[in-house]
Design a protein around this ligand. Structure first.
Ligand code: C2E
Ligand code: CA
Ligand code: CA
Ligand code: CA
Length: 277
């Protein structure tokens, strides 16, 4: 459609140019996002569905670009993975989230856990597990309270991930497969006993009430989790009915807008105190 003259092709090339410019602004902006204090972490509560108590929080990264405004992590994480900035940014997220968890634990919420997303690129970086260890020591967080969320695509290179997972398990952190059911992970990864939790992808949570097969899949994942001694978290819970159904299926943990949106650290303070009363 772009080949020959006329207004249409002009329009297309203009749009292409604009998206290139945006891409470049994002790439460059990422390099200075930390020092310019444009990154922020919001925390989404994870509750125990059976007791309704807060079990932990998931750290979710936010970026406010000075000119382009809020950029979704779905847009900038892939860019950061490509240009390598994810290494620095990912470390910053781990440090900040662990330091924050330490504060909440000293405020009396000592059982609280923190889940942090890590990208494949971070895990493959030499010295990753060592840097996790150092961050835990520096922030005084008990390793068992930190969960690293890893998406299934990582499971493709089975030998390598097994090696890094082993190092991480020696440190004592929890490992969780994110977006479970949408990726490539073979069931053999689950039998390796390195994985502690599965996060049921939100497409299942949101699809299960309208579709019998999806509901069976959710039920099967939950039963499998119980049999393999894995903790199960359902994400993307948007309605009371979804929460109720998952509770009845025996799912242990839940997360989603119906329970709470991701919150700033200050709002989490209030949320935790309100829930503990
Ligand atoms: P994710 O790890 O699967 O995180 C869940 C996403 O679903 C988050 O989007 C969250 O805000 C959103 N969400 C939570 N509850 C609901 C709900 O009830 N309904 C709907 N529709 N959405 C819900 P967010 O924050 O935009 O993050 C998108 C993705 O970006 C994350 O997906 C994760 O893969 C990635 N990401 C975010 N922060 C980080 C980070 O610090 N490091 C890395 N490597 N990736 C990150
Ligand atoms: Ca996640
Ligand atoms: Ca997820
Ligand atoms: Ca996702």
């Amino acid at each position: 459609a772009k080949a020959h003259g006329g207004n249409t092709s002009c329009l297309y090339s203009l749009l292409d140019g604009e998206s290139d410019v945006r891409q470049m602004k994002l790439e460059n902006g990422l390099r200075t996002s930390i020092e310019n204090e444009q990154l922020q972490i919001v925390y989404q509560p994870i509750i125990n569905l059976q007791t309704t108590r807060v079990a932990g929080l998931e750290a979710l990264l936010r970026w406010e670009h000075h000119e382009l405004g809020n950029i979704s992590p779905a847009e900038f994480i892939p860019i950061a993975e490509k240009n390598g900035m994810i290494i620095t940014i990912g470390k910053w997220v781990l440090e900040t989230a662990c330091r924050q968890l330490g504060e909440w634990q000293s405020d009396g919420f000592s059982e609280l856990c923190m889940a942090v997303n890590v990208s494949t690129r971070q895990i493959y970086e030499k010295g990753f597990s060592e840097s996790v260890k150092v961050i835990l020591e520096e922030t005084g967080v008990n390793p068992s309270k930190l969960t690293l969320e890893i998406t299934e695509s990582l499971m493709q290179d089975h030998n390598f991930s097994t090696h890094v997972f082993k190092e991480l398990k020696e440190i004592g952190v929890q490992l969780s497969i994110d977006d479970f059911g949408t990726g490539y992970s073979s069931l053999s990864v689950l039998s390796s006993s390195q994985i502690d939790r599965l996060k049921i992808d939100q497409s299942f949570t949101q699809g299960m009430l309208g579709d019998g097969k999806t509901q069976s899949i959710v039920k099967t994942i939950i039963d499998m989790g119980a049999n393999l001694d894995l903790e199960l978290i359902a994400e993307g819970i948007e309605t009371q009915e979804q929460e109720e159904t998952l509770r009845q299926f025996g799912c242990q943990y839940g997360q989603g807008y119906y329970i709470s949106r991701p919150l700033s650290a200050e709002k989490v303070d209030m949320y935790l105190f309100a829930k503990s009363r």
